[in-house]
Design a protein around this ligand. Structure first.
Ligand code: PEP
Ligand code: CO
Length: 447
């Protein structure tokens, strides 16, 4: 059957809001479909090439950002800090781990959230769940929780201005390796990380001086600029469909809301709307793979989403939980390998390790996150496959949402700076600490 961008509408679909004003929704979709694309097909193809190299074991994907972007916390500084931490992590992974890093943010469109329940009940009052700022508001009132179509437009414009800033940061000098000291944030690093990072800065500076002395142009693009791509979960399909356009140079469909899109753990049904929708666009596509995923399901995803077995097209994002990955991942790796499917395997050590504290904070323990990452690398080692990336929920600020790390955030102090709209993120220090650990694990895979 020929794919069309609205074919998903006749298929079973999960995790969609129920809008009361369907005329308003239709008008909004039409309006969105006339607005300019947010990314261009040529950029998407560059990302696909970079991901192809990661899936073949020659580079490594670093994907990170908020669980959910917010309209209220939309500040240049938040974006800048996130960008700087990703640059710092990427310097660590490139230099200490010896791999080129593909940088992809969960940013400029990461607004729609799947929820474990359609309703939330507090003190006997039952309201629709919060589904992200593109759908409704977090506040627990009837008015706030009503899905409003105009929020799609606000999400679009916030994504556009976020992307504008990211492009400026990537090309306008902030990413210049000579300026690595300016990537520091406005708060202290943990002592151990400070020492490791300043050693790395000295080594990089020496390497740059050496290259310059050899006559290599210090203004070279590779040193002065970086490539930074955007991604989000393609959950709210009316938004994605409206931004899906035909690329005039290739005649192919691209979802121009972001460079890369992924399908969540709850919406990856093979014959459902989300898989059908992303099967028809040419962007790199991710799929979250949780502890219950079977080899048949995973092979089915490879078949539907990457029938031509193209490197760089499909990223399987493993999010099983530290205690489940050992028993569930090996059989998936074996099946994919024995069928000769080309896949980029990455690890999301966040979503299988969430729990609620006694005082009702959703959190994740740094040790558990680390344990899942270590197991991910070990399992790949024993299966002879390549652990090609890491997918994180993180902030560029010193929030207190996940426990542990060198600063040892405690359950009792989570309230200090608990700012997430949805799931708990690593703070900048925890993210950098994790990057050093991943760099050590990654080194072993250098051929
Ligand atoms: C997420 O990435 O924020 C998310 C909801 O993940 P998952 O689909 O893996 O639960
Ligand atoms: Co999340």
């Amino acid at each position: 059957m020929k794919w069309n961008k609205d074919a998903w509408r006749s298929l079973p679909i999960k995790q969609q809001p129920i809008y009361s004003d369907l005329d308003e929704l239709k008008k909004t979709e039409i309006r969105l479909s006339t607005l300019p694309p947010l990314v261009f097909a040529g950029e998407v193809r560059s990302l696909k090439k970079e991901l192809a190299s990661a899936s073949l074991g020659k580079s490594f994907l670093l994907q990170g950002g908020d669980c959910a972007e917010s309209f209220a916390n939309y500040r240049a500084d938040n974006i800048k800090n996130m960008f700087k931490v990703i640059l710092q992590m990427s310097a660590v992974l490139t230099f200490a781990g010896s791999f080129p890093i593909v940088k992809v943010g969960r940013i400029a469109g990461q607004f729609a959230k799947p929820r474990s329940s359609d309703f939330e009940e507090i003190n006997g009052v039952k309201l629709p769940s919060y589904r992200g700022d593109i759908v409704n508001d977090l506040e627990f009132t009837k008015e706030a929780r009503e899905p409003k179509p105009e929020k799609l437009i606000q999400a679009y414009y916030q994504s556009a201005t976020t992307l504008n800033l990211l492009r400026a940061f990537a090309r306008g000098g902030l990413a210049n390796l000579h300026e690595i000291n300016k990537w520091n944030l406005g708060f202290a690093k943990a002592a151990e990380i400070e020492t490791k990072f300043s050693n790395l800065v000295s080594e990089i500076t020496r390497a740059l001086d050496f290259m310059e002395a050899c006559g290599i142009d210090p203004e070279a693009q590779a040193i002065n600029e970086t490539r930074f791509y955007t991604s989000h979960e393609a959950l709210l399909l009316p938004y994605e469909e409206a931004l899906t356009r035909i690329d005039s140079t290739s005649g192919d469909w691209y979802d121009c809301s972001a460079h890369m899109l992924w399908i969540g753990e709850r919406t990856r049904g093979l014959n459902e709307a989300h898989v059908n929708f992303l099967s028809g666009v040419k962007n790199p596509v991710g799929v979250k793979v949780g502890p219950t995923a079977t080899p048949d399901e995973v092979l089915g995803l490879c078949e539907k989403l990457n029938p031509e077995n193209e490197a760089g097209r499909l990223n399987l994002i493993v999010r099983m939980g530290a205690d489940k990955i050992d028993s569930n991942l090996p059989k998936l790796l074996k099946a994919v390998k024995s069928e000769g499917k080309i896949v980029l395997w990455s690890s999301d050590p966040m979503h299988g390790n969430t729990f609620k504290t006694t005082n009702n904070y959703k959190t994740r323990a740094f040790d558990k996150i680390l344990k899942e990452v270590k197991s991910f690398f070990e399992i790949h080692k024993s299966e002879g496959t390549y652990p090609g990336g890491i997918h994180l929920e993180m902030s560029g600020d010193d929030v207190t949402e996940c426990t542990g790390g060198f600063f040892n955030v405690k359950e009792e102090t989570l309230a200090k700076r608990y700012e997430t709209q949805c799931d708990p993120r690593l703070n900048a220090n925890q993210a950098l600490e994790l990057a050093f650990l991943v760099a050590d694990l990654l080194k072993e895979f250098k051929k």
